[in-house]
Design a protein around this ligand. Structure first.
Ligand SMILES: [Fe+2]
Length: 441
C-alpha cells in the first residue's frame, strides 16, 4: 500500500484529479444538445455520447471490475457495447455503428457515469493499492484523450451540418492586431561537447511514483543520435501556407510523396480541411472554427491546422526545408516548460505567436506538429500486460508521430515525451507543422 488517505496522500490527490477531469468532460458537453451528441460525421470520429459512455466503460472494466469484490456492472451489455478495440475482452460493435446507439438513451449514459464516479470515488477514499492507483491515472489520461477527440469530432459534426452551427461564440478581439513574429532559425547541436550527437529520449518511469505518468509508448528512455540541426522558432502560419497554395502547391506532383499525391487526387484536396472558397472575403477563403466561420484574413497569422502529414511534408519540401524528427522535437521541448494555448484557455483555435515570448515558442498547445518519424516502439519497448497492452502497441504500423498538443488538448495532458500518432492522410485533428533543416549553421 502506498499510504493512508490524508489530504496529500496519492489517493487523495488522485481523487481530486479524478473529479476535476471528469467534470471537465461534462463542462465541455454543456453547450451540446442530445442530438449533437449522436452525430458521427466521419470515419475517424465517434459521437460525443459514445465518448461519455466509453470513458466510463474504461474505469468500470479496468478498475471497478478488477478491484471491487463481487462488483455488479451497471448494465451487463455495456461491457461489450462500449468496448472500442480491446479484442482480448471479446467482440464489440463496429465503429461505424456508434451513431446508431439511440439506445441506451443519454440519460442512461449519464447515470452510468454517475454510477462509475460514485464507486470509483469510494474506492479512492479507502486505502487503494498501487496498481489500482496506476489504473485510475491511466483512466484519467484516457478520459483526457477522449475529451480532445470529442472536441475535434463535434467540430467535424458541426462543419458537416448544413447550418454550420458554432460550438461557441466568436470574440473578434482575440485576433485583432496580432501578428505572428518573424520566423527565425534556432541552432541545436545535441550532446556537444561531451557526447556529440547522443541524447536521451523518452521515459523510464519510476514504479513507485504514482504522480508521474507516461504511456507505454513513451518508454523506455534510450539513446538517440541527432545530428546538428535548426528548428523554426514557431509553427507555420496560415498566410505562409496560403503562399504555398497560390504557387500551385496542390497541383505540383514533384512536391508530394507518391501516396500523398494519390490522396490529394482521390479526395480533390485544394486546401486544408475546413477552408472553403469565399468570394465575399478579401483573401478569397473562409475557415470553419469551433466559433463558426471566420474570414481567413482574421486567422492568417495563426498556425495553419487540419493538415495531413502529406500536406505538411509537401509544404516543407516547397519551402526548401523538412519536417523535424520526433527526437529533434523532444530534445528541444524537454528544455522548455509545458505551457501554451490548450483547451483550458478556451480559445478553441490556434493563436498567433508572441513577438516578445522566448523562442522557440508554441511547442506546446495550438497545433499538433507532424514529425517525419514513423510510429514504432522504442528499443526495449514493452506493452502493458493483459488487455491494456492493446492500448498503444498494436497501432505501431503505417502511422506518423505528432508532438506538442493542440488548442483542444487539456493542459495537464501534455508533456515533452508525449507521442501522438495518426495515419498520414488524417486531417480532422488540429494538426500543423514546424519546419526544420539540417546543420546548425
Ligand atoms: Fe478509448
Amino acid at each position: 500500500m502506498l499510504t493512508h488517505l490524508t489530504t496529500t496522500s496519492p489517493a487523495a490527490v488522485l481523487l481530486a484529479r479524478y473529479r476535476s477531469v471528469r467534470a471537465a468532460t461534462m463542462r465541455f458537453c454543456a453547450p451540446l444538445t442530445p442530438e449533437d451528441m449522436m452525430v458521427q460525421s466521419c470515419t475517424e470520429a465517434s459521437p460525443v455520447k459514445w465518448h461519455l459512455a466509453h470513458t466510463s466503460w474504461f474505469f468500470e472494466t479496468f478498475v471497478l471490475a478488477e478491484f471491487v469484490a463481487n462488483y455488479q456492472p451497471f448494465h451487463p451489455d455495456f461491457r461489450w457495447l462500449f468496448n472500442s478495440y480491446y479484442k482480448a475482452l471479446g467482440e464489440m460493435p463496429e465503429k461505424k455503428l456508434r451513431a446508431s446507439f439511440s439506445r441506451p438513451p443519454l440519460e442512461q449514459i449519464l447515470a452510468y457515469r454517475e454510477h462509475v464516479d460514485a464507486r470509483l470515488c469510494k474506492l479512492l477514499e479507502q486505502t487503494p493499492e498501487d496498481e489500482l492507483l496506476r489504473r485510475v491515472v491511466l483512466g484519467l489520461e484516457h478520459e483526457q484523450q477522449h475529451l480532445e477527440l470529442a472536441a475535434t469530432d463535434i467540430k467535424h459534426a458541426f462543419f458537416t451540418n448544413p447550418l454550420h452551427p458554432a460550438y461557441a461564440s466568436f470574440n473578434a478581439e482575440e485576433f485583432q492586431e496580432k501578428i505572428a513574429p518573424p520566423l527565425e532559425w534556432l541552432s541545436f547541436s545535441p550532446g556537444y561537447p561531451v557526447r556529440p550527437g547522443v541524447v536521451e529520449i523518452g521515459v523510464t518511469p519510476d514504479p513507485k511514483a504514482i504522480d508521474s505518468f507516461a504511456f507505454d509508448n513513451e518508454t523506455p528512455r534510450h539513446n538517440v543520435y541527432i545530428a546538428p540541426f535548426r528548428l523554426a522558432s514557431r509553427p507555420v502560419a496560415c498566410a505562409e501556407y496560403l503562399a504555398f497554395m497560390e504557387e500551385d502547391g496542390y497541383a505540383r506532383p514533384e512536391l508530394w510523396l507518391s501516396e500523398g499525391w494519390d490522396t490529394v487526387q482521390a479526395n480533390g484536396w485544394q486546401a486544408p480541411l475546413y477552408w472553403r472558397r469565399d468570394t465575399a472575403t478579401k483573401s478569397g477563403w473562409s475557415v470553419f472554427t469551433l466559433r463558426g466561420w471566420q474570414p481567413l484574413g482574421e486567422l492568417s497569422e495563426t498556425p495553419v491546422c487540419h493538415l495531413s502529414y502529406f500536406e505538411a511534408d509537401a509544404f516543407a519540401r516547397w519551402s526548401g526545408h523538412r519536417l523535424p524528427t520526433e527526437f529533434e522535437w523532444e530534445f528541444v521541448a524537454a528544455q522548455r516548460s509545458v505551457a501554451g494555448n490548450f483547451l483550458d484557455s478556451n480559445h478553441l483555435h490556434p493563436q498567433p505567436g508572441s513577438p516578445t515570448a522566448p523562442t522557440p515558442q508554441q511547442l506546446f498547445g495550438d497545433v499538433w506538429e507532424w514529425t517525419q518519424s514513423p510510429y514504432t516502439g522504442y528499443p526495449g519497448y514493452k506493452p502493458l500486460p493483459g488487455a491494456l497492452g492493446e492500448y498503444n502497441g498494436k497501432f505501431m504500423s503505417s502511422q506518423m508521430v505528432l508532438r506538442g498538443g493542440s488548442c483542444v488538448t487539456p493542459a495537464s495532458h501534455s508533456r515533452a515525451t508525449y507521442r501522438n500518432f495518426f495515419p498520414p492522410a488524417t486531417r480532422w485533428q488540429f494538426s500543423g507543422l514546424r519546419l526544420a533543416r539540417d546543420g546548425a549553421s
